[in-house]
Ligand binder design. Structure first.
Ligand code: ATP
Ligand code: MG
Length: 344
């Protein structure tokens, strides 16, 4: 599993923008000009014929150039939401505007600018890789561009496979073809529905690089993933959906700051029978028969300065310690707590 710590977290333009999510409103400003949203979803609902409510009253605004990760457990409504924007699912209620066009009345113009890497492998398995990718470009009314097709195929290590039939490829390679098809018409808004499910570490890294390059070239990306560290690595903003309802939309860094926790395990030189009264101001537990002092920091201030204050006090109290092991919550910890309803 790739760790976020091995790769620098990229700071996007979108991150540098003014984010007022915390006060109930997001305003993104570049050089004094408010940005146009690329996608505005209002009151979106979808109830399937079976009576299954897949989406209920979803409001979501996506700004140009951001990477948005939509997270949620199986059956939460992620694919339905993407399907509604891509014209594959007919909403029961609500409106979707993409590039300023209402998709209910004016979807053709917007659709040509949207790319989708679907969750399910649904493509003509007997087609040849190169031809299938070329065809996808033509389907969206783009002029043939063999150099661009070669670039896309090479970037996904598919160039050598261009004359193979898709059904002769491995599962991960088939997924690469879906990605190549979605990129072939140079969409401005790209949906990736679990693009790295069941693929090897190398493709996952290639995907991350691809997404980074796309963002750098101004493409807006909305992805779903069950690999939370992928969202932690890539996304500017996170949305959490559960049982068809969008529970939270927040800037990733702000979310981790707001709901993150820190735990420090301090290995003591001499076991303690109980926490000394002088340390009463800290949230502490004794573990391992009194040989480990466990410090829990929840507020932002405690996470930033609490451990230093505690260590100073231990030294002042002549409490010897040999190790300090610090664990910060990951986005995954926060996600699990939110889905369990423990945090909001
Ligand atoms: N074509 C359909 N007909 C009836 N119900 C459907 C259909 N497609 C999805 N559903 C139901 O709608 C709900 C949301 O499904 P959806 O595929 O959007 O979830 P998801 O968040 O993408 O899940 P996963 O993480 O498993 O891909 C589920 O209860 C699912 O069973
Ligand atoms: Mg899905």
């Amino acid at each position: 599993m790739a760790s976020a710590g091995q790769r620098p977290t990229r700071q996007s333009g979108a991150n540098a923008l003014l984010d007022l999510q915390g006060v109930g409103r997001t305003v993104l400003i570049v050089q004094g000009c408010p940005m146009q949203p690329i996608l505005e979803i209002t009151g979106l609902g979808k109830t399937y014929a079976s009576g299954q409510v897949a989406l209920a009253d979803v409001d979501l605004t996506i700004q140009k150039g951001e990477i948005f990760a939509l997270l949620g457990p199986n059956g939460a409504g992620k694919t339905t939401l993407i399907g509604a924007v891509c014209g594959l699912v007919k909403p029961t209620s609500g409106t979707i505007r993409a590039f300023g066009c209402d998709l209910a009345t004016d979807w053709r113009a917007a659709r040509a600018r949207i790319g989708l890497v679907p969750q399910e492998l649904a493509t003509d398995m007997f087609a040849y890789v190169g031809k299938a990718v070329e065809y996808s470009r033509g389907l969206f009314g783009r002029a043939p561009d063999p150099a661009r097709i070669e670039e896309v195929l090479r970037s996904l290590s598919l160039w050598d496979k261009r004359d193979s039939r898709i059904n002769a490829l491995s599962g991960g390679m088939k997924r690469r073809v879906l990605i190549a098809k979605a990129l072939a018409h140079d969409p401005d808004l790209l949906f990736l529905d679990e693009p790295t499910a069941g693929v090897d570490v190398e493709l996952r890294r290639d995907m991350w690089d691809q997404i980074g390059r796309l963002r750098d070239s101004g493409v807006t990306v909305i992805l779903t993933t069950h690999y939370i560290e992928e969202a932690e690595e890539m996304a500017d903003r996170i949305g959490i959906i559960d049982k068809g309802r969008l529970k939270l939309v927040e800037n990733k860094t702000a979310l981790i700051d707001r709901l993150g926790r820190m735990e420090a395990h301090i290995g003591l030189a001499q076991p303690m029978a109980e926490v000394p009264p002088a340390l009463a101001g800290f949230h502490l537990d004794l573990l391992n028969g009194g040989s480990t002092l466990c410090y829990h920091a929840e507020s932002l201030e405690d996470r930033h300065t609490g451990l230093a204050r505690l260590v100073q006090l231990l030294t002042h109290q002549n409490v010897g310690f040999t190790t300090i092991d610090v664990k910060q919550s990951s986005l995954e910890d926060i996600f699990v707590r939110l889905i369990d309803g423990a945090a909001a």
